[in-house]
Design a binder for this molecule. Sequence first.
Ligand SMILES: NC(=O)c1ccc[n+]([C@@H]2O[C@H](COP(=O)([O-])OP(=O)(O)OC[C@H]3O[C@@H](n4cnc5c(N)ncnc54)[C@H](OP(=O)(O)O)[C@@H]3O)[C@@H](O)[C@H]2O)c1
Length: 204
Amino acid sequence: MTKVFASLGVSLDGFVAGPNARPGNPLGDGGTRIHRWMYDVGAWRERLGMSGGTTNVSGEVVEANFARAGAYVMGRRMFDEGEAGWPDPPPFRAPVFVVTHTPREPWARQGGTTFTFVTEGIEHALALAGAAAGDKDVQIAGGADTVRQFLNAGLVDDLEIHLAPLVLGGGVRLFDGVDTDLELEPDRVVDAREVTHVRYRVIR
Ligand SMILES: NC(=O)c1ccc[n+]([C@@H]2O[C@H](COP(=O)([O-])OP(=O)(O)OC[C@H]3O[C@@H](n4cnc5c(N)ncnc54)[C@H](OP(=O)(O)O)[C@@H]3O)[C@@H](O)[C@H]2O)c1
């Protein structure tokens, strides 16, 4: 494992999901608009088993993130929504470690994605993901609660925000509970028309 990164779509007012997020209402009320920039991107469509789509700078960002991720860690609430909605094969095509307090047998899907449920906390999940990722990076996929814990534990190297030009007004905030001594150094900004991709290096 070389690096640990998180990469999330965020509304201008700081939400990664709208209110009432649950399986059947993924990303909450109005929350799918956070990812609107992504739905027509060819690199994203390909991961969902669809052809076509656009090739643009946002596509390069999506492709680069998928390419660097050798394994993923996610929270159980993100997983619950995805279990109901992701296709088979799911978009990850790499091992996924789900942090939860409820033990469950691993769930193997097509395309190299097996969901392994980890009840021993974030550091154990990261150790498993790091071993699975080999010389690639580990992506902390979300949601907010899980990313917050990784940030507060000083375990994240890069944080990428895909800032969507919309106001959600409520829902799941990314930075609630994140330590205020978190120090970030801007590393790269990609200015796509419909979204701004901002990557920060976390300074320890
Ligand atoms: N905008 C984006 O890019 C983006 C990306 C990802 C997700 N999301 C959205 O974010 C929302 C989910 O975020 P969230 O903050 O509500 O939840 P989350 O981080 O996805 O999941 C939280 C859950 O994970 C488990 N968990 C977390 N830390 C744990 C630990 N240390 N030990 C054991 N279990 C642990 C707990 O599940 P148990 O209850 O099983 O204990 C906890 O309730 C969803 O709506 C999803 O669609 C958005």
